[in-house]
Structure formats: C-alpha cells, structure tokens
Design a protein. Structure first.
Length: 148
C-alpha cells in the first residue's frame, strides 16, 4: 500500500488517549482500527451526510500497514478517501500521519472494505445513490475505481 497524501482531501484530527499506549510506549496495534473508524465516521458525516440510522454500513475487511510507531507525544491526523465503489461495497483508504518539523509523516496506512447494509433485512443492499454520488464527486472520479 503505497499512498500519497496529495491524493487525499479529507483530514480529521485524532485524539490520542493515555489508554491507547502500550507497555512499549507507543499506540497499541489494535487501537489503529478505532482511529480509522473515527475518521471514516467523520468523513461520512461531513462529506456524504450519510444517514447511518437509515442506511447502515458494516466493515467487511480491514488491512493495516504499520510503518512507524505513534507515541503519546505525537499530534496525529487521519486522511480518508474512497478508492473503489461497487454495487453494495466500497473501499476506503486511511492514512495516519503525524506532524513533524518537516511536515506530515505517514505512520500507518489502512484499507477498509465497507458494505452498505440493511439491518432490518439483515443483508447487504445497494449503496444509496446520493451518498455514492457525493463520494465520487468529493474524491475525484479519476481516483475511484467504479466496479458497477
């Protein structure tokens, strides 16, 4: 997963908590998925205005590439973008970066396969058209693989 920060528009701060830190003094590997979740929810709220009470989203798969440790002293942000849109599933990439005197440094790269889901029917459903169009418009059609 080789990613370029310049391909991302959406960025949100991530609050580090003391409880996130393990005995080695850096963020525990399991916590990264929570950071990605926080950033995805912020993206859905701010970019797509996705009504999650009406149209659910579940996680189908996550991949994480740990590049550099994050410590309690770091100021971190998460970049998010949609990279693929299918009928009922879509892929999102997340970059955790830290501020350095020389700019932002990528610490972790994550990919999440998300599935549009109807909890009443207990099954996947097509991605709502409005949210689909907003993801494509925001993340630039040239950067999204549309598999429909």
């Amino acid at each position: 997963m080789s990613e370029n920060i310049a391909d991302y528009k959406y960025k949100t701060p991530i609050a580090l908590r003391f409880a996130d830190i393990d005995a080695a003094g850096h963020v525990n590997n399991a916590v990264y998925l929570t950071y990605f979740e926080v950033a995805r929810f912020a993206y859905w709220k701010d970019v797509t205005e996705w009504n999650l009470r009406r149209d659910g989203i579940i996680v189908g798969r996550c991949e994480v590439s740990y590049l550099k440790p994050i410590t309690l002293e770091d100021k971190i942000y998460c970049y998010v973008r949609t990279t693929r849109i299918g009928n009922s599933s879509f892929d999102m990439m997340q970059l955790l970066v830290r501020e350095t005197p020389d700019g932002e440094e990528i610490c972790t790269v994550g990919k999440t396969v998300c599935i549009s889901y109807d909890y009443r029917l207990n099954k996947s459903v097509p991605i709502p058209d409005v949210e689909r169009k907003k993801m494509i418009a925001y993340d630039e059609p040239r950067l999204i693989t549309n598999t429909n």
